[in-house]
Write a protein that binds this ligand. Structure first.
Ligand code: AMP
Ligand code: ZN
Length: 485
């Protein structure tokens, strides 16, 4: 498989460090509010990557943090604490807010068929890990204490900007936007590893440390949690593209300074979902959630299809019109699958292999999900039996996660019920030009039931019995019409 690596800026052949396991880390949500569908685009595309690695035969161990401490309103460690802000907004404790929005996040993931990572670790569980890492960084002088906080000294690194060739001054200005420069920093991109002092309202949760009572910075949590659960090396680190700087840049700086060797080989960044007004953001207050899509009558999996139809490295513009188109396409696809017969023979292995090759070619090329979706239509058009088509779709859907087989079964059931109801509809036998005869009426109704059950021999036999008794029967849209002959 070829995967675009943000660190090398090229598509690279994916080769895991260890043959038996792919170690994958995902930056999890900051749980101070609901996730918006932009955040969920990132998790959804990362889910497809994980599922495709498994489909390709790899074992995967995936770890995700839950940010319940340390993430300030500016990604560059300044401003108010996001969790405290959420707690104040809702008059709850920080831990209540964290629990509520963690549960809400996983409920959204469930609706979108995003698998729960193997390990989910709240940042507040791993304080000892961060202290261990920061202690070593202080000993090796990659970190310094100033004005009550511990900072990472970015000037100690040969290369700090791993993801881009940005001009340092431009970047630093962007990062400082709207916040005053921290006078304690030796270099403008130095970042906080441990806070004991903040000029904003104090953190609710604090822990003892060699540098005083305080709390960890945001970046250290991902290094600490990853190393605790995945060891000293990592195959793939994922996140939204906004995480590349400063968050991931700082993760690399502190992890490699701590370990003394390269930490992570592949960096996968999902580009943003934007609304017509621009980037979606939780802090703007008004945002699109999965529940809102449902309230408006959309199936969350139609949103999943909408995301799959675009490449993860392209910005995607959300509109309800685009979502409605995806929902329409999703329904049509389900209807087509529902019309396939599950009992028309054995699996055509040759066709199966050809279809699978095409599907894998798409995803092997830097996770081209839009082509992978197209390969579902290729399956439907392919010259082979229905059973093979159904098994191919079932197999591809373990990666795409659209519940196609389940939804098609539901559709089939719905059609069957409709047919049964139509069959049960009362049909009146009309006697034209003669008196009604209960015996003939029963024979005429039995004949209609036999016809509906496609038992034509029985229907013909009943017509013959009616004729023997001196009547003729004619079918009309309102039911059978009987005359004397
Ligand atoms: P947060 O909960 O704010 O820490 O963000 C969770 C994840 O969503 C991170 O990986 C972000 O990079 C990602 N993200 C934030 N905004 C967007 C967006 N508009 N589109 C896609 N991903 C996003
Ligand atoms: Zn992270």
């Amino acid at each position: 498989m070829k995967l675009y690596n943000t660190a090398s800026r090229v598509k690279e052949e994916f080769v895991p460090n260890h043959p038996d396991i792919v170690k994958m880390y995902t930056c999890g949500p900051t749980v101070y509010h609901f996730a918006h569908i932009g955040n969920l685009r990132s998790y959804l595309m990362e889910d497809v990557l994980e599922k495709y690695l498994r489909f390709s035969g790899y074992n995967v161990k995936r770890v995700m943090n839950i940010t319940d401490v340390g993430h300030l309103t500016s990604d560059a460690d300044e401003g108010e604490d996001k969790m405290l802000k959420g707690a104040k907004r809702e008059n709850k404790s920080v831990m209540q807010i964290a629990q509520f929005y963690t549960d809400a996040f996983f409920e959204d993931c469930r609706k979108l068929n995003i698998k729960r990572p193997d390990v989910v670790e709240p940042a507040t569980n791993m304080i000892d890990e961060y202290i261990k890492i920061i202690t070593r960084l202080m000993e090796t002088e990659y970190a310094y204490f100033a004005g009550g906080n511990v900072y990472f000294d970015t000037s100690k690194l040969e290369k700090y900007y791993v993801f881009n060739d940005f001009n340092e001054d431009d970047l630093a200005v962007g990062v400082r936007e709207g916040v005053e420069e921290d006078q304690n920093k030796r270099n403008k991109n130095d970042f906080v590893l441990w806070f004991t002092k903040s000029k904003f309202e104090d953190q609710a949760l604090k822990w003892d440390s060699p540098w005083g009572v305080g709390y960890p910075g945001w970046h250290i949590e991902c290094s600490g949690i990853s190393m605790k659960h995945l060891g000293e090396d990592l195959d793939i680190h994922c996140g939204g593209v906004d995480n590349a700087f400063p968050h991931h840049t700082n993760e690399i700086a502190q992890s490699e300074a701590y370990l003394g060797h390269k930490w992570c080989n592949y960096w996968m960044h999902v580009h943003h979902l934007n609304s017509a007004q621009g980037k979606m953001s939780k802090s703007k207050g008004e945002f699109l959630t999965v529940s809102l899509l449902e309230e408006k009558g959309y199936d969350p999996l139609a949103y999943r299809l909408f995301c799959l139809q675009s490449h993860y490295r392209k910005n995607l513009v959300f509109s309800f019109e685009n979502l409605a188109n995806a929902q329409g396409a999703y329904q049509k696809l389900i209807n087509k699958i529902a019309s396939l017969k599950d009992n028309d023979g054995g699996i055509d292995e040759e066709a199966m292999n050809a279809l699978k090759d095409k599907f894998m070619q798409a995803l092997d090329n830097d996770l081209n999900t839009s082509l992978a979706v197209t390969s579902l239509y290729d399956v439907l058009k392919y010259k082979t039996n229905d059973v093979t088509k159904l098994r191919a779709i079932e197999s591809f859907d373990t990666v795409l996660g659209l519940d196609l087989i389940k939804k098609a079964a539901g559709k089939r059931e719905e059609l069957k019920k409709q047919a049964e109801n139509a069959a049960k509809a009362v049909v009146a036998v009309v006697f034209e030009g003669c008196d009604a005869d209960p015996e003939i009426e029963k024979l005429a109704l039995d004949r209609i039931a036999a016809k509906k059950a496609k038992n034509f021999a029985e229907a013909d036999a009943l017509r013959a019995q009616i004729a023997e008794k001196g009547y003729a029967v004619e079918d009309t849209p309102a039911g059978p019409k009987v005359k004397r002959v």
